[in-house]
Design a protein around this ligand. Structure first.
Ligand code: NIG
Ligand code: FE
Length: 412
């Protein structure tokens, strides 16, 4: 009796990042391509990917097997969005309009708007309202092919509101097909009730982190002028590491102020943004085990300089892509759009953009069995309604899926 529970027949191709683990430097562009291909799934895992006749012979679909027609289509791993702020209430449409009129993101922040206006709206809402917002945002992401997402807290800043956010993220995730990795971003910016950044960090470490660490798998901080500086980031991240959390940093978004050397020293998972990173920082990061998470939708949204993708890849770095989905600096939930920007703006190849949005993004979240179409990996599969896998990045805003499979289950 066959253990095959789902079978995708006769695809033009099945395409996956090659190898195992994170892909560094030139290896980022290496794909494993089976053309033509079929994919056999058993339970939540991929059983086989390969030549249609061979897969059919080795893993024939049994009577209750779900069958998907792959003719004229391609299969890809489900996308992994490793940096989102999908837990928030309210919007920043007025701020968007002000920026269109010439106001800058940093000016709005300094005037008490920006992140703090979303903090006000998020603090005012209930856990149930927040969970509903997260679910709605996860629906949007899944529409664009995201099957695993990180979701950060960070619009609460105080104990009750941060814990409310983390509980809402966990609650929404339990009721949604998208797998969620929660991150504690208590140190997103300094809340107005604290006299200084150092005082706020001390409070977070003592009053919030012990409980937050029970809900989150990583901690993150915004290291930037107007938010937290390197000494505060060190205190916060060392305390988070002691609690067993993986470390992430928002660094070098507007200015270089020590995020990269600190991340390398502390063995962080990633530094994210890097729009302001110079040659030295790029080299240091690329030679380390810390991933560079690039967020080109944010650079586009705020009209910032672009991060040095080619320098990082050329120097052997681990590069991932993410949306940075949030109401202020990147109101964009589409990874295919981000992949298009990676190709057109950052000059990454479509193959590099795919691996950076799947295998390497999974690595940033510490997920070893996600992000590839290969036996033993979690069966998160996209069937793209296009003859060539590159259409995912090439068709700007036109990602069309014939089917999506999440952990072996065909989604409606
Ligand atoms: O990654 N830069 C800091 N945090 C977010 C923006 C959050 C917001 O503006 O609400 C970012 O861009
Ligand atoms: Fe962010």
């Amino acid at each position: 009796m066959s253990g095959t529970t789902l079978f995708i027949h006769d695809l033009n191709a099945a395409v996956s990042p090659a190898g195992t683990g994170p892909l560094r430097g030139a290896a980022l562009g290496e794909l494993e391509v089976h053309a033509p291909a079929s994919v056999a799934v058993s339970g939540e895992k991929i059983l086989a990917v390969g030549d249609p006749k061979e897969v059919l012979r080795e893993h024939p679909p049994g009577p209750d097997c779900v069958e998907v027609d792959g003719r004229g289509r391609v299969a890809l791993p489900g996308l992994v969005d490793c940096h989102t702020h999908a837990c928030f209430l309210g919007d920043r449409a007025r701020e968007f309009e002000l920026r269109a009129g010439g106001a800058s993101y940093e000016e709005l922040h300094a005037a008490g708007g920006g992140i703090l206006s979303t903090v006000e709206a998020t603090r005012a809402g209930s856990e149930a309202e927040l969970a509903a917002a997260v679910k709605r945002h996860l629906d949007w992401m899944l529409e664009h092919g995201t099957t695993t997402a990180e979701v950060k807290s960070g619009y609460g800043l105080d104990r009750d509101s941060e814990l409310k956010m983390l509980r809402a993220i966990v609650r929404a995730a339990a009721e949604h097909a998208v797998d969620v990795s929660p991150t504690f971003l208590g140190a997103h910016t300094v809340a107005p009730e604290f006299g200084s950044a150092a005082e706020h960090v001390e409070y977070l470490v003592r009053e919030v982190l012990p409980e937050a660490a029970r809900h989150a798998s990583a901690a993150d901080i915004f290291l930037e002028r107007g938010s937290f500086e390197a000494p505060e980031a060190r205190r916060y991240l060392e305390a988070a590491r002691e609690r067993g959390l993986a470390l992430r940093l928002h660094g070098d978004q507007f200015s270089e102020r020590g995020a990269v050397p600190l991340a390398v020293e502390l063995g962080a998972r990633s530094v994210d943004h890097l729009e302001a990173t110079g040659e030295e920082g790029a080299q240091l990061l690329a030679r380390s085990g810390v991933a560079a998470v690039l967020l080109p939708a944010c650079a586009l949204f705020l009209d910032l300089p672009l991060p040095p993708a080619r320098a990082l890849i050329g120097a052997g770095g681990i590069v991932a892509l993410a949306t940075d989905f949030n109401p202020g600096s990147a109101f964009c939930e589409s990874l295919p759009l981000v992949m298009n920007l990676a190709c057109t703006r950052l000059k990454m190849t479509p193959a590099e953009a795919l691996a950076a949005s799947t295998a390497n993004a999974a690595h940033v979240l510490g997920l070893g069995d996600v992000g590839r179409l290969a036996p033993g990996y979690r069966a998160d599969v996209l069937v793209l309604d296009a003859p060539d896998w590159r259409h995912l990045a090439y068709h700007l805003g036109g990602d069309r899926f014939a089917a999506k499979v999440k952990a072996g289950r065909l989604l409606a």
